[in-house]
Design a protein around this ligand. Structure first.
Ligand code: ADP
Length: 430
C-alpha cells in the first residue's frame, strides 16, 4: 500500500510551484502569479473536501468519489478502512449467528442479560417455557418477567454454584431448574431446563428405598428375636449352632444395611438443617469415643481423640453423628491390628475442623473420586468382612451438604488415610 510521506508531499509542492516561480520571475509578476496559484490550489482542495463531505453525509452510495493526487490517496485510505470494518462486522455477525443457532438447537431455554438484569437476547424455548415475548421484552429487566422472590434472591446473591429449582410460571405441574453463569463482560446467561421427569424419578427412588427399608425392619427384628431364642436351645459346637451363628451374622448385616438406607433417605429427603437446634459436639464425640474404644480393643488399636471442649454447632444431632461416626468406624474397620487412629475437632480460620487420620490400608488414587457414590466399595470382599455396605461415605457427603461443606479425602495406599471437613462459622452457636 502506498504511504504518503513528507518527502512526497514536498516533491508534489515543488512540482507545482517551481514552474510558477520560474515563469513569475521571468515575466516579473511573481507575486500575482503565486497568489493566483495559491487561490486555485485552495479552490481545488475545497472542491475535493466538499466531494468527500457530500459522500460521507449525504450520499447513500458505497462507491467512493473519484479523486486526484493526494485526494485519490486519501480516498483509497478511507476505502481500505471501510473494507476492514465491513470484514470485521461480517465476522462478528457470523459469530453471533452461530451462537444464536447453537442456542436455538439446545433443548433448554437460554436468556442473555446484563448484570443489572436488562435482557439482551433469548431463544425460542425461553418464550415457550418462561412466557417471554421477543423482541418486545428486549431491554426489560429479567426480574420483572420472572417475579418469583426465590429467583430474585438467587440472582442478587451472585453465588451461582448450585442451580435453583422452581415451579414453572406457565405450568404448576412442571419443575424447572434455573442455572445462571457469568458471561462476557458484565453479562449473565440463564439456562432453564425442564427437570420434572428427573425430579419425579428421584422422588420415586427415594420413597421406594425409604419404604422398602422401613418395611424390612420389622421382619428382620422378628428374625433376630427367633435366632436369639434358637441360640439358647441348641448345644454349643453343634452343626446347628454354626448355622445359627451364620444366620445371626447375615441378619446383622441386613439390619445394618437397612439402618444405613434409612439414615441416607432421612438425610436426603430432610429439609435444610434446623438452625435453631444446638448440638453439643464434644459430648457427641465422647459417646462415639467410648463406642470406638470398645470396637478398637478387639484389634488393639491406639485411638486418640483430640476435642476442643466448647466447640458446639447449630443443626441436627442425627446428621452430625452420622457424618462423624461413619468416618471413625471406617477408620476402625480399615486399619489393621495395632494401628493408630487420631480424631481431631478444633477451631480453624474458616470455622470448625473435623479430621479422622489412620495408618491403615489406604486407598488407591483411582478410587478416591468414587468413594462417596452409593454402594461404592474399593474391595467388595474386604468390605463384606467388615460388614460394609458402601453407603457410609455417601451418608457423610449428604449430611455435609446440609452444612454447605464437603468431605476431603487424602490417602496413600499402604500408608493410611485422612478424612476431613470444615463447618463454616455460620453454624457456630453464639
Ligand atoms: P463401607 O460401608 O463399605 O465401609 P463406605 O462408603 O463407608 O462403605 O466406604 C467406601 C469404601 O471406602 C470402603 O469400601 C473402603 O474400601 C473405603 N474406605 C473408607 N474409609 C476408609 C479408610 N479409613 N481406610 C481405607 N479405606 C477406606
Amino acid at each position: 500500500m502506498k504511504i504518503y510521506s513528507w518527502k512526497e508531499l514536498i516533491w508534489a509542492l515543488v512540482f507545482v510551484y517551481l514552474p510558477i516561480l520560474i515563469i513569475g520571475s521571468l515575466l516579473n509578476c511573481l507575486t500575482q502569479l503565486l497568489l493566483a496559484s495559491f487561490f486555485i490550489h485552495i479552490i481545488w482542495h475545497y472542491y475535493y473536501l466538499k466531494k468527500l463531505n457530500d459522500w460521507l453525509w449525504n450520499s447513500k452510495s458505497t462507491v467512493l468519489p473519484e479523486g486526484q493526487s493526494e485526494w485519490e490517496h486519501a480516498f483509497m485510505g478511507i476505502h481500505n478502512m471501510q473494507q476492514r470494518h465491513r470484514k470485521r462486522r461480517n465476522d462478528l455477525a457470523s459469530v453471533i449467528r452461530r451462537f444464536r443457532a447453537g442456542s436455538e438447537a439446545l433443548p433448554d431455554a437460554v436468556v442473555v442479560f446484563h448484570k443489572q438484569g436488562d435482557i439482551i437476547w433469548c431463544n425460542r424455548l425461553a418464550q415457550v417455557q418462561l412466557g417471554f415475548k421477543w423482541p418486545d421484552d428486549s431491554g426489560e429487566n429479567i426480574t420483572n418477567l420472572i417475579r418469583n422472590p426465590l429467583f430474585v434472591r438467587y440472582l442478587q446473591s451472585n453465588n451461582y454454584d448450585q442451580p435453583l429449582d422452581l415451579i414453572s410460571p406457565n405450568n404448576p405441574e412442571k419443575t424447572l431448574e434455573f442455572r445462571v453463569m457469568p458471561y462476557a463482560k458484565h453479562q449473565r446467561i440463564l439456562i432453564v431446563r425442564d427437570v420434572t421427569t428427573y425430579r419425579q424419578l428421584d422422588e420415586m427412588r427415594r420413597s421406594f428405598v425409604a419404604n422398602v427399608s422401613h418395611e424390612l425392619r420389622t421382619p428382620l427384628t422378628v428374625l433376630q428375636g427367633y435366632i436369639e431364642i434358637l441360640e439358647t436351645q441348641v448345644p454349643p459346637d453343634s452343626k446347628q449352632a454354626k448355622a445359627i451363628t451364620v444366620l445371626e451374622q447375615q441378619t446383622g448385616r441386613m439390619c445394618s444395611l437397612v439402618e444405613q438406607l434409612m439414615t441416607l433417605s432421612k438425610i436426603e429427603s430432610g429439609p435444610n438443617i434446623d438452625l435453631d437446634g444446638s448440638v453439643n459436639v464434644p459430648a457427641l464425640l465422647a459417646q462415639i469415643e467410648s463406642e470406638a474404644l470398645t470396637l478398637g480393643r478387639k484389634k488393639a488399636l491406639h485411638i486418640q481423640f483430640n476435642v476442643t471442649k466448647d466447640l458446639h454447632l447449630r443443626g441436627d444431632q442425627m446428621q452430625l453423628r452420622s457424618a462423624m461416626a461413619n468416618l471413625i468406624y471406617n477408620a476402625i474397620n480399615y486399619t489393621p491390628e495395632k494401628g493408630a487412629i487420631k480424631v481431631i475437632w478444633r477451631r480453624c480460620e474458616e470455622g470448625a475442623y473435623f479430621c479422622v487420620m489412620d495408618n491403615g490400608d489406604g486407598i488407591a488414587p483411582e478410587h478416591i473420586l468414587h468413594l462417596t457414590e452409593r454402594f461404592y466399595r474399593v474391595d467388595g470382599s474386604r468390605s463384606r468382612n467388615t460388614g460394609g455396605s458402601g453407603l457410609g461415605l455417601s451418608i457423610v457427603k449428604r449430611a455435609l451438604m446440609h452444612y454447605d461443606s464437603q468431605l476431603n479425602i487424602e490417602s496413600n495406599l499402604g500408608e493410611g488415610s485422612q478424612f476431613s471437613f470444615v463447618i463454616s462459622k455460620n453454624y457456630f452457636v453464639d
